[in-house]
Structures are given as structure tokens and as C-alpha cells.
Design a protein. Structure first.
Length: 121
């Protein structure tokens, strides 16, 4: 019996590994503000993270998803110059390195302003 090769992306890691949280400040402008309803924003950031090969931290369970949160998401159609996303990674990167990698993707309408590592309390 043949087994199918795993289709899981090599930059996705199990949830039991290191988890480092980063706060990303960004702007959504142009057509991007009307293109994606707020529930699909994690998918957009997941695609960006995969394109720049970030080691995303995943949730546990049968359908693991990347740990990406938007504490104060705006509704569809609203242009924003300062929004926040929190992304958990399995690797301890410098904030400047993560900022350069995210800016390197050049997603139209998405401008990354800053990245800061969130310290655990």
C-alpha cells in the first residue's frame, strides 16, 4: 500500500515547541481595505508568513492553524493607517529581522510599520 507524502508546509511547526509572540503594526490601504473581510485577515497574514518562510506556531488539535490574532480589527471597507496583529513564531527572531522579512513580501495595500517582541509577564 502506497502512502501519500505529507503536504504540510515545512515552515509550520507543532504547538509543543518554543512560542514567541510578536506585535506587528501595519496599514491596510487601497483595494486591500475592501478585498478581505476581517475573518479572513489571518489567512492573508498566513500567506505572507509562508512566502517569507516564517516558522509559525500552530494550535493543537485535528486542524491546526497558525497563532495569529487581531486584537482590534476594523470592519470591511475601512482604511486604516495603524492596525495591530499578534503573530506567534516557533523561533526567537530579532524584531528588526522579522520586520525586514515581512516588508520584503510587498503585498499591495499592506504596509508593515513596526514589529516588537512581546515579553511574557
Amino acid at each position: 500500500m502506497r502512502t501519500r507524502p505529507s503536504r504540510q508546509s515545512p515552515n509550520l511547526h507543532p504547538a509543543d515547541q518554543l512560542r514567541v509572540r510578536y506585535r506587528v503594526r501595519f496599514a491596510k490601504t487601497g483595494l486591500l481595505r475592501c478585498d478581505q473581510p476581517p475573518p479572513t485577515w489571518p489567512l492573508l497574514f498566513e500567506r505572507v508568513a509562508r512566502r517569507v518562510a516564517l516558522p509559525l506556531s500552530m494550535t493543537e488539535g485535528f486542524h491546526p492553524t497558525p497563532r495569529i490574532a487581531f486584537p482590534s480589527a476594523l470592519p470591511l471597507g475601512i482604511e486604516s493607517l495603524d492596525e495591530v496583529a499578534e503573530i506567534d513564531l516557533c523561533e526567537d527572531l530579532e524584531a528588526d529581522e522579522l520586520l525586514q522579512r515581512l516588508r520584503g513580501d510587498e503585498q499591495p495595500g499592506l504596509t508593515i510599520h513596526s514589529v516588537e517582541k512581546i515579553r511574557k509577564a
